[in-house]
Ligand binder design. Structure first.
Ligand code: GLC
Length: 706
């Protein structure tokens, strides 16, 4: 394994994505900006043209994976991609760019030789992965130079892990982040929030987190509460906590221009991005006229971080950082150009502009950020893609607590995993989006982000009962299981379609809770060893060439394979298994290869790979509700052998970093269970374990105190 650092032109901006600079070996280029590496690629041209630097590289046949949550096929080859963080509400399989930039891919040639390439440039960047079919990749930036890291390694695992070492370890989320989460734009009052919470508890549908969207704020002013509808937030939070819920609130970067509003007053002419004339740059977002903090500056992050910290003190458990591409519905200049379309709209009418944003947004999207200047003088087009990254970082650095942080962001750049997780933005209640999200979440993992999610049920548009069930079944196997929907769409809480569907959804959510010991074990082992939780099949079965084209299945941890249903009216699924596995709805073995699996509406096909042990416990209404009486583990040992793990720690503090956790390896062989403590650094509470063992011709139950 090696990491090479290649320098092209004169890189003059640092994205700060790379934290471990020492592990990369800087290479001398053979010619002006041209490199050839271990015969895996050869640069052929490097030139500048109309303010862009262009690098052309010859590559062999092969597959390409990664690029974060870009839409389209899992194999990224054959398309040109733009990295320019963009808010795009109605994205579809062809939309590019979107919210995030992860210019990292893994290349696998036809002989199975692999390498990773991270093009570290936080400004406007295009990467063409052989869209012309002539064996050339092109890298194009608007700027003076960029750095590229090339990672060679024997396996995909090794390359992902090296990339994570380069860009920073994932910060661990608390265990409750793996419970079910309910959101909506918006629950409009504290009364409504509490009603939703009560419904979960009275119906005994498990739920851990309730989310507050923008309407908790006073006129969308960040770090405020609406005095009428959220008049006693502290009380509300207290009640929710008593009921076992955690609360996550949205934060938007745009600070409302309003005389006397403290955040605005303390930031103006000091902490906000500038326009070309040196004045604070202004645009319209939800609050109307807003200005945007320049989060690249340490002092600005400190200033913002203090507000986040203060705001969290009433007991807010987490935050989601939104609109931070940055999304600007319109600027004064743009309004001028299209004034006739928008009659007499003004920036003050931010929300109204948003409603018409389909058109206004387009104009903002096409721009190259020439009209925004950062406090250190950098034009926005050179650093745009790290805006959201630094906003999330400001919250991460600002919250003073020894607990793990719960932060997600819509816009991001490589390295974001150090400060939190991500969600994929505004998807839709479309069947196509279940499929799309499988690919996006798998690719995010390959790009180093281990805690990710999408709006389960779909954000835009009206969901129907069948789609909601299929979306929720899929969502119950992704890291962040959050149901979220847009204003004006029909409700999609688990009870939204009546008793019959509620019962199915309750079971879907309960099944997720039974898997928490397994999911948490796999997640935390992954955090420690730089292994993502949700991955495409080839990550764990890379010798099996067939897996490279499977886009509609994924692995959750190394033992469970998930095959969601993502078309209406389908009550079976064609599934490829890279190894013999046990189908867990009917406890039936299937051999390696293709199978047609029954999938009536209440069932999502999922499998436990032969030779593994998956710990589970009884579903509870929320994590920490009670101590589970026992662990029931499924042992899949067709040929008589299996192994699995059980990880435990306090689930909420950062003590795991100091090694304060227990990790057990559990074996099944010769008809019995054996346990090896790989690490035992905190007091362990013995539990009764009930093992259900599936061998070739037999099913038996074994018990043990572990
Ligand atoms: C953006 C977010 C969405 C949120 C909405 C209102 O569209 O992506 O999740 O609900 O803004 O805040």
């Amino acid at each position: 394994m090696s990491i090479y650092k290649l320098v092209y032109g004169i890189p003059d901006v640092d994205s700060e994505a790379v934290v471990n600079k020492r592990i990369a070996v800087e290479l001398e280029c053979s010619d002006e900006g041209l490199y050839k590496i271990e015969n895996i690629f050869e640069d052929i041209e490097f030139f500048s043209e109309d303010g862009f630097l262009v690098l052309k590289r010859r590559v062999s046949e092969g597959l390409v994976y990664g690029f974060g949550d870009k839409v389209g096929a899992l194999n990224k080859r054959g398309k040109r991609y733009t990295f320019w963080n963009t808010d795009n509400y109605t994205h579809h399989p062809g939309t590019d760019p979107l919210y995030k930039s992860f210019p990292f891919y893994i290349f696998i040639d036809s002989n199975g030789i692999k390498h990773g390439v991270f093009t570290d440039y936080p400004g406007y960047l295009e990467i063409d992965l052989d869209s012309e079919g002539n064996g050339e990749f092109t890298f194009k930036i608007k700027g003076r130079g960029f750095v590229q890291y090339v990672i060679t390694g024997k396996s995909i695992k090794e390359i992902v892990s090296s990339y994570v070492k380069l860009t920073g370890k994932n910060t661990a989320f608390p265990i409750w982040a793996f419970g079910y989460q309910q959101s909506r734009w918006s629950y409009f009052s504290q009364k409504e929030v509490l009603e939703i919470a009560k419904k979960f508890r009275s119906r005994q549908i498990p739920c851990d987190v309730i989310w507050l969207d923008i309407d908790y704020m006073d006129s969308y002013k960040v770090f405020t509460w609406n005095p009428k509808t959220f008049s006693s937030p502290e009380k509300m939070v207290g009640k929710l906590h008593k009921m076992g819920f955690k609360i996550s609130a949205i934060i938007d970067p745009g600070v409302k221009v309003e005389k006397g509003y403290e955040v605005f007053e303390s930031g103006k002419n000091k902490y906000f991005l500038k326009d070309n004339s040196g004045k604070d740059f202004e645009g319209a977002v939800w609050p109307g006229r807003v200005r945007f903090p320049d989060f690249r500056e340490r002092k600005v992050r400190k200033w913002w971080g203090r507000y986040v910290n203060e705001f969290s003190k009433i007991g807010i458990d987490g935050f989601w950082n939104d609109m931070n591409e940055i999304s600007v519905f319109a600027t004064e200049k743009e309004l001028e150009e299209i004034r006739n379309l928008f009659k007499n709209s003004t920036l003050e009418e931010g929300v109204n502009l948003a409603i018409k944003a389909g058109t206004v947004g387009e104009i903002g999207r096409r721009g190259r950020g020439e009209d925004i200047v950062h406090l250190d003088g950098e034009p926005h087009y050179k650093v745009r893609n790290v805006y959201g990254f630094n906003m999330n970082r400001a919250a991460f650095e600002g919250i003073k607590s020894n607990k793990r942080k719960f932060l997600i962001t819509r816009s991001a750049y490589s390295g974001i995993q150090r400060y939190g997780g991500v969600w994929t933005g505004d998807n839709h209640s479309w069947w196509e989006h279940i499929f799309l999200e499988m690919i996006r979440l798998s690719s995010l993992s390959l790009s180093g982000v281990f805690y990710s999610g999408c709006d389960v049920g779909g954000f835009g548009g009206d969901v129907n009962a069948e789609l909601l069930i299929r979306f929720m079944q899929f969502g119950s196997f992704i890291p962040m299981f959050r149901n979220h929907s847009a204003i004006g769409t029909r409700n999609q809480e688990p009870w939204a379609f009546g008793k019959k569907y509620e019962d199915i959804l309750k079971k879907v959510i309960q099944n997720r809770y039974t898997l928490i010991p397994y999911i948490y074990t796999e997640y935390m082992r992954g955090i420690l060893k730089n292994v993502p939780l949700l991955v495409p099949l080839f990550y764990h079965f890379e010798k099996d060439k067939l897996t490279y084209n499977i886009e509609d299945e994924f692995m959750l941890g190394s033992s469970l394979l998930i095959a969601p249903v993502y078309r209406p009216g389908q009550y079976y699924r064609v599934v490829y298994l890279p190894k013999r596995a046990l189908e867990l709805n009917n406890n039936k073995f299937f051999s390696k290869g293709w199978h047609c699996i029954d999938a009536p509406l209440e069932i999502i096909p999922y499998f436990q790979i032969d030779g593994t042990i998956v710990p589970r416990w009884k579903a509870m209404n929320y994590l920490f509700e009670k101590e589970p009486e026992f662990v029931n583990a499924t042992v899949v040992a067709y040929s008589g052998k299996a192994a699995g793990y059980f990880y435990e720690d306090d689930g909420i503090t950062k003590e795991y970093k100091k090694g304060k956790y227990n990790l057990y390896k559990i074996f099944y062989k010769d008809g019995d269970i054996y346990v090896k403590a790989l690490k035992e650094a905190i007091p362990h509470k013995s539990r009764r374990w009930i093992f259900k063992v599936f061998t070739k011709n037999n099913v038996e139950t074994l018990e043990k105190i572990i």
